[in-house]
Design a protein around this ligand. Structure first.
Ligand code: CA
Length: 221
């Protein structure tokens, strides 16, 4: 899952990038409203969620959000608002925000809210994603097969996490690349095949199906 962080305070931006990275997300960070609007509006760079500070240089966060929604961009957006400014929360939700947090916030709460937004966007009610014997716990970025813990690299986890959020759907290699790497990462489409091959060795037979010429599909064998 790929998350855009829009925050102009460098310390908070770095803390967010670290915490989200540790939680298994690919993270892009921008520090002003103009760059944020450009990134979030680019359909070739799909984000699974956005953390959007409202007080931003160049273009304020509320304007950015309104422009995205007017252009039909539907990714979940969590806004960061100033303390004791309930007007800002109301305006943000009316502009299309899916959730908000007041600064200063606890990172654990932000992560929990983000997980909830991403799974609801995919139609999942539970924090645990289940496919046959495979269970992915989004709260702890952990995977088990028939109750036994699986050791995955961060990229293997990201691939499986994306597939588990889209069970039964054909996911192309380019979809996977867009959702497991941050933009400035050196992307190599062959590595996706490597991650899939490694995952197949660790998962029960037949869980990741190849759909010839189209991509991969997670199935419950
Ligand atoms: Ca700010």
């Amino acid at each position: 899952m790929r998350v855009l962080v829009v925050e102009d305070e460098p310390t908070i931006a770095a803390q967010l990038a670290d915490a989200l990275g540790a939680a298994g997300y690919a993270v892009d960070v921008v520090g002003n409203g103009v760059d944020a609007h450009f990134q979030g509006d680019d359909e070739s760079q799909p984000f699974d969620a956005v953390v959007l500070d409202l007080g931003l240089p160049q273009m304020d966060g509320l304007t950015v959000l309104k422009k995205w929604r007017a252009a039909g961009r539907t990714m979940p957006v969590l806004i960061l608002t100033a303390r004791d400014n309930w007007h800002e929360k109301v305006a943000g939700i009316d502009a299309g925000a899916d959730d908000y947090l007041t600064k200063p916030f606890h990172m654990e709460e932000l992560l929990a809210r983000l997980r909830a937004l991403i799974r609801r966007a995919g139609g999942h009610a539970s924090a645990e994603l289940v496919c046959g014997e495979v269970v992915l716990d989004t709260r702890h970025s952990r995977v088990t097969v028939a109750g036994l813990a699986l050791t995955l690299t961060s990229h293997e986890y990201r691939v499986l996490d994306y597939l588990m959020h889209h069970p039964g759907k054909v996911v192309s290699r380019s979809d996977l690349i867009d959702h497991i790497y941050a933009q400035d990462f050196d992307r190599d489409s062959n590595t996706v095949e490597v991650f899939i091959a490694r995952l197949r060795k660790k998962l029960p037979d037949g869980v990741i199906e190849t759909v010839r010429g189209l991509g991969y599909r997670l199935v419950s064998p």
